[in-house]
Design a protein around this ligand. Structure first.
Ligand code: TYM
Length: 334
C-alpha cells in the first residue's frame, strides 16, 4: 500500500491555499484503494511561529474541524495531533544527530530570516532566530519518516523540506541497518501557490488570507478586497496574471475556467468578476462550512476523534521507534 501523509501547522486559521495545496489533494488520495493516509496537526511546529498559546489552541481546533468538515473518513485514515505522538519528537532527536548543519543552513525559511536581519542592518544576523526555526525541517522529517510515508501532498513552499527529509532518510539508511521509505512531494502545478488578497502567496504570515470557512458576509468582503489593476469594464483583461482568476480556476471545472477566460478577454468588469467568484465559492463551501460551524461548537467530539487517531498512530509509531532504537544501538525498553 502507498502511504500518503501531510500536516498543517496550527498557527492560524486554515485558508484557501491550505485547502487547494494540501487538504483537497490529500483527501482525494485518501479515498483511493491501496492508499493508507496519515493526516495530522503539526502543533509542535506552531510554537516556532507563534508564542500565543490561545492562538495555537484555537488554530488546532479550527484545523481539526476543517479536515472533518471536508468529509475526512476517520475510519479509513489516521488523523492525529503531532504532540500526541511522543515518538515523533524522540525520532526528531535521533534525526538531529544525523543531519548535517550545512544542510539546514540552506533551508529557505532560515535563510530568509537571516536575510531580513541583514536588510534591517542588525549587528547579529541570527537575531531572534531560534533553534526551533533552524531545525524545523528535521521535525518535519521525523513526522514523515515515523510513518514511512511515500507521498506527501503539499504546496510548492514545502518542496525543499521534502528534499531534506529524503536526504535525512537516505543518510539513516546508509549508516544503519534501517529502511526508511524515501518520501516524495506531490505538488499539483495548478494549485502549487495560490495567491492572497495582495497578490503575494496566500500565507498566514503575510496576513493576506481568505479563511476557507469565512462566514458568507466576510467571504464576500474579502473577495471584494482582492487586488486588481485599474482596467475599466469593457477593457480586455489578462486572466493569467490575475489572483481572482487563479482562485476561480483552483475551484472550477476546466470548461467553466475556459468560459471565465473568455469573459476576461471580453472585458468583463472587476465588480462583476468578483461577484461571480464569490457566488461560486460560496456555493461550494456552504455545506462544509455548516458542518465546520457545528464541529467548532462540539470540541468534545473533535477531541474524541483526535484521541482515537492518536491511538491508531501510536500503534504504528511505538514498535517502529523500538526498531529504530535497536538499529542505532539504544537498548529497547522492555
Ligand atoms: P503550512 O501549515 O504552512 O501549510 C499547510 C499546507 O498548505 C500548503 N499551502 C499552500 N498551498 C498552495 N498555495 C498557498 N498559498 C499555500 N499556503 C500553504 C503548504 O504548502 C502545506 O502543504 N511545514 C508544514 C507543515 C508540516 C508538514 C509536515 C507537511 C509539518 N510536518 C509533514 C507535510 C508533511 C507547514 O508549515 O505547512
Amino acid at each position: 500500500k502507498t502511504r500518503v501523509l501531510t500536516g498543517i501547522t496550527t498557527s492560524g486559521t486554515p485558508h484557501l491555499g491550505n485547502y487547494v495545496g494540501a487538504i483537497r489533494p490529500a483527501i482525494e488520495d485518501s479515498r483511493k484503494e491501496n492508499v493508507e493516509s496519515f493526516f495530522f496537526l503539526a502543533d509542535y511546529h506552531s510554537i516556532i511561529k507563534t508564542r500565543d498559546p490561545i492562538r495555537v489552541h484555537q488554530s488546532t481546533r479550527e484545523i481539526a474541524a476543517t479536515w472533518l468538515a471536508l468529509g475526512l473518513d476517520v475510519d479509513r485514515v489516521t488523523f492525529y495531533r503531532q504532540s500526541d505522538i511522543p515518538e515523533i519528537t524522540e525520532l526528531c532527536w535521533i534525526l538531529n544527530c544525523m543531519t548535517a548543519k550545512g544542510l539546514m543552513n540552506r533551508a529557505h525559511a532560515y535563510k530568509a530570516a537571516v536575510q531580513q536581519n541583514i536588510d534591517d542592518e542588525e549587528a547579529d544576523p541570527d537575531k531572534g532566530i531560534t533553534m526551533g526555526l533552524f531545525s524545523y525541517p528535521v521535525l518535519m522529517a521525523a513526522d514523515i519518516l515515523m510513518f514511512n510515508a511515500h507521498r506527501v501532498p503539499v504546496g510548492r513552499d514545502q518542496i525543499q523540506h521534502l528534499e531534506m527529509a529524503r536526504d535525512i532518510a537516505a543518510r539513516m539508511n546508509h549508516h544503519y541497518k534501517l529502511k526508511f521509505a524515501l518520501p516524495e512531494a506531490v505538488v499539483d502545478e495548478n494549485t502549487a501557490v495560490l495567491n492572497g488578497l495582495d497578490g503575494r502567496k496566500m500565507s498566514k504570515s503575510y496576513d493576506n488570507i481568505i479563511p476557507l470557512f469565512a462566514p458568507e458576509k466576510k467571504l464576500r468582503k474579502l473577495i471584494m478586497k482582492i487586488k486588481t489593476n485599474c482596467l475599466e469594464p469593457g477593457e480586455p483583461k489578462d486572466p493569467d496574471t490575475c489572483t481572482l482568476f487563479q482562485i476561480f480556476s483552483a475551484f472550477a471545472a476546466p470548461s467553466e475556467v475556459e468560459e471565465k477566460r473568455q469573459q476576461y478577454y471580453n472585458g468583463a468588469g472587476w465588480g462583476e468578476l468578483k461577484q461571480a467568484l464569490f457566488e461560486y465559492l460560496n456555493e461550494q463551501l456552504q455545506g462544509p462550512r455548516e458542518r465546520y460551524e457545528a464541529l467548532m461548537d462540539d470540541p468534545q467530539y473533535v477531541e474524541t476523534v483526535l484521541k482515537a487517531g492518536a491511538e491508531k498512530a501510536r500503534a504504528e509509531a511505538k514498535p517502529f521507534l523500538q526498531k529504530i532504537r535497536h538499529g542505532i544501538g539504544i537498548r529497547p525498553i522492555e
